[in-house]
Design a protein around this ligand. Sequence first.
Ligand SMILES: [Zn+2]
Length: 182
Amino acid sequence: MKLSEAFETFYNEKEKALKVYNCKQLENYKLTWNNRKSSFGLAYFSKPEIQLSRPLTLTHSTEHVTDTIRHEIAHVIAFFIYGDRGHGKYWKEVLLKLGNKEANRTGKAEVLLDRKWTLVYLDERNQLIKISMHSRKLKNLSSRYIKNNKKTLGRLYLVLTKDFKLYEANKLNISNINLYQD
Ligand SMILES: [Zn+2]
């Protein structure tokens, strides 16, 4: 998403939130940028500032960025109205009211996204089963297997997370995915 569009979205979402919540402090909040890649968004309580990662904003969809903006706005409201600092009950309640569909992906906004690789198991029917996500390539995969599941031996691969997402959405066929195993 373009930064200018993210700005616009931030102010729109803030206006919408202020219609639902009478949160004086939120009125002063502005959007600023950082260059982090390990976290997408950050809400300060000590100064009226929500920060987004410039590189992650530029490389993610409008929907994803909007979700992150609401996630951070919900932190501000949950803190100033309910004294809730983390991803607690009030934060979740606020987030759902602001329009996010799920409030349970708590790590989504803050910790994320450098997990370039997805570890998968290629099952007997040649389907990819997701095991976990990683920021670095795993080594010696050909001799590894999932604990208590020896049939995964030799059938563990890394795929690019972005490819795996397309595969999950039926937009990319397995024959067009690079499977890495070394
Ligand atoms: Zn959060």
